[in-house]
Design a protein around this ligand. Structure first.
Ligand code: 5GP
Length: 200
């Protein structure tokens, strides 16, 4: 059986990757979403085992020591990691897996999984990104400036991804990502079995 696709989506903070990924998953329920582990506190409404596995720093260190992560990174003072076990299980069963992780983590995954599908989500403009972050109402002028500079550095890393999608509207971005997944699944290299069944 063909292994499933590992689909990784990243984008600077405020780009809307969370919303885009949620819509992809509701449109394509056959895709397995990899739930990350984090040491950050849950936000109101977040549930352990749904958005993240919320674990302590000690537990996180144990998971590192036991080699349980495909990758992990420190993002804004908290640790985030992708648990390896379930991903491997799903991919080997031919299921497609979606990861939504930051650029540092993504660069590590690219080295380990060269045949993964790497998609970078861009805001329509820096001005729009600034507005989106501002509208969350969580930033002071200094932290807004810091986030914007961090966003520019992340966008630079976006050049290393295979695909880039501008998140003008969620529906358009989702449509493009679905088209990418569809094209990847149609690659001849992934469909040798069909040839074999037809002509031996
Ligand atoms: P938030 O705390 O807002 O949910 O996420 C902060 C950042 O951590 C986002 O950029 C998100 O993509 C990233 N992130 C979430 N899970 C993981 C993970 O497992 N590994 C890495 N490297 N980054 C992650």
């Amino acid at each position: 059986m063909e292994r499933g696709l590992l689909i990784l989506v990243s984008g600077a903070s405020g780009t809307g990757k969370g919303t885009v990924c949620k819509k992809i998953l509701s449109d394509m329920p056959e895709i397995f979403y990899s739930i990350s582990a984090t040491t950050r506190q849950p936000r109101p409404g977040e549930v352990d085992g749904v958005e993240y596995f919320f674990i302590t720093k000690e537990e996180f260190k144990t998971w590192i020591a036991e080699d349980k992560f495909l990758e992990y990174a420190e993002v804004y003072g908290n640790f985030y990691g992708t648990p390896l076990h379930k991903i491997e299980e799903r991919l080997s069963r031919g299921e497609n897996v979606l990861l939504e992780i930051d650029t540092q983590g993504a660069l590590n995954v690219m080295k380990k999984v060269p045949d993964g599908i790497y998609i970078f989500l861009l805001p329509p403009s820096l001005e729009e990104l600034k507005n989106r972050i501002k509208n969350r109402g969580t930033e002071t002028p200094e932290t807004l400036e810091r986030r914007l500079n961090a966003a520019k550095a992340e966008i630079e890393i976006g050049k290393k991804y295979q695909y880039v999608v501008v998140n003008d509207t969620v529906d358009e971005a989702v449509k493009k990502i679905k088209a990418i997944i569809s094209a990847e699944l149609c690659k001849t290299s992934r469909n040798e079995k069909i040839f074999e069944d037809l002509i031996g």
